[in-house]
Design a protein around this ligand. Structure first.
Ligand code: NIG
Ligand code: FE
Length: 429
């Protein structure tokens, strides 16, 4: 909270006012669950006052103006616009070389993800494209994708490695993510995912040993060299049929925890192998995908702090009729978040406004629940829920100004980008 005051008023440096309608989750602490997810605070004729990149007051314009001295402030006019928190994407794979448009065409002709992977496509195809690219090239491509995401309202984003599948290329991906975090406005949460697929010609057991004994310690050494604490890094595993087993996941998680890293998991995308239960037991911050989640695991999630990150773009892009059971999860009190899963194969969609449309249509979520899921709950899925994800005093001033008058118009406008302006830490970007 700002200390500098003139009289009894708080001196602020940015004032967003007037705002047509402010829409934000407003949660005292922790994730939004159950009915709270749909209980978005909405204020017409609002204002947000900002000092040093943080929100001082957010609420009805008359009340905010009574409390602040904005004589020297930059004023941003959002009349007739909707203003929300900056969107948080808790699951992406934006660093890769090459592309897989051929696989999209094959799926349009009826081939499944599994069939395409068995024919040499899938993650391994992107591994080749990524290994062929230099780190500079990967960084340039990542920056271009982040610019586009920012234009669509994403102000914070988790980014995974996972297309290198050997020590050198995985570290090069991680290094690219860490340097992008320092050189462009979207704040990044790095995730190390060497266990995304088994590289061709290597036995699964041998590769898992390499991940545990060699790659995780090497990731720690890279963090240390760059002055990044181990606790900033997530470690993820694709636990599914044809990828990694529950035992593999447990071994990798135990090593990651021993090194001081945090956990998340690709779980129950195609088959349920028990990774969701493991994630709850080992205090992972999120379990992601969950199309095949069991009723028992929904019960476990509802009693844990593990966030369920749902990725409706993936089921849509894979042309599946099955979707994650979002309604049951919300009704049972699971903390549900939404992400894009942007990647070269199973979901080449980065737009969270579009994902909001899919969440409403396919997961039967309301627009209010979807906003909560891609702001405060997504922030908790990447360990940032105490500083980003809502417009509330003390929170970082990450905001989106939209060319619509009310929240429900965002999913309704699928395919058009309604973002007008984006603020990161109080500054227009
Ligand atoms: O989240 N499920 C595992 N990984 C990605 C797919 C990556 C790819 O096909 O390149 C996903 O859907
Ligand atoms: Fe993924």
């Amino acid at each position: 909270m700002a200390e500098a005051a003139s009289g009894t008023k708080v001196l602020v440096d940015v004032l967003v006012s007037p705002i047509g309608e402010l829409a934000t989750p407003d949660i005292e602490s922790g994730c939004a669950r159950g009915a709270q997810m749909g209980d978005v605070r909405k204020v017409k004729n609002a204002a947000v006052a900002i000092k040093d990149g943080k929100i001082v007051f957010a609420g009805p314009k008359d009340e905010v103006l009574k409390k602040v001295d904005a004589d020297q402030a930059d004023v941003i006019d959002a009349s007739n616009q909707l203003v929300t928190p900056g969107l948080v994407d808790p699951h992406t794979h934006i660093i890769f070389g090459g592309n897989r448009h051929n696989e999209f065409a094959m799926r349009c002709q009826g081939k499944t993800y599994k069939e395409i992977a068995e024919q040499g496509g899938g993650i391994v195809a992107s591994m080749r494209g990524t290994r062929d690219a230099t780190q500079d090239e990967l960084t340039r491509l990542g920056r271009q994708r982040l610019e586009r995401m920012l234009q669509h309202g994403t102000t914070s984003c988790e980014v995974k490695t996972g297309y290198g599948l050997d020590r050198k290329s995985e570290l090069s991906m991680l290094d690219a993510i860490l340097s992008l975090d320092e050189t462009q406005p979207v704040e990044l949460t790095p995730t190390f995912l060497p266990a995304h697929a088994v590289p061709p010609g290597v036995k699964r057991e041998v590769y898992v040993n390499e991940v545990v004994e060699d790659m995780l310690p090497a990731a720690l050494a890279l963090l240390t060299k760059r002055g990044v604490p181990a606790s900033r890094l997530y470690v993820d595993v694709f636990c599914d049929e044809g990828y990694f087993t529950l035992e593999d996941t447990k071994r990798i998680f135990e090593k990651a925890r021993e090194l001081g890293m945090k956990l998340k998991v690709h779980s129950d995308e195609f088959a349920s192998l028990g990774a969701t239960s493991l994630a709850c037991a080992m205090h992972a911050h999120s379990a992601d995908h969950l199309l095949a989640v069991t009723e028992d695991d929904i019960g476990r999630l509802s009693k844990s702090d593990c966030v369920a990150v749902l990725l409706p773009g993936t089921s849509f892009f894979l042309n599946l009729s099955q979707h994650a059971p979002a309604r049951t999860m919300i009704e049972k009190g699971v903390a549900v978040a939404l992400g894009s899963d942007f990647n070269p194969g199973s979901c080449h969609i980065f737009s969270l406004p579009f994902i909001m449309g899919l969440a409403c249509l396919k997961l039967k979520m309301t627009a209010d629940e979807a906003l909560t899921a891609m702001t405060i709950n997504a922030a908790h899925a990447i360990g940032r829920g105490e500083s980003i994800g809502q417009l509330r005093s003390g929170y970082q001033a990450d905001m989106v100004l939209w060319n619509v008058s009310t929240l429900a118009e965002i999913p309704y406008n699928m395919g058009w980008n309604p973002v007008s302006k984006v603020l990161k830490k109080g500054a227009l970007v």
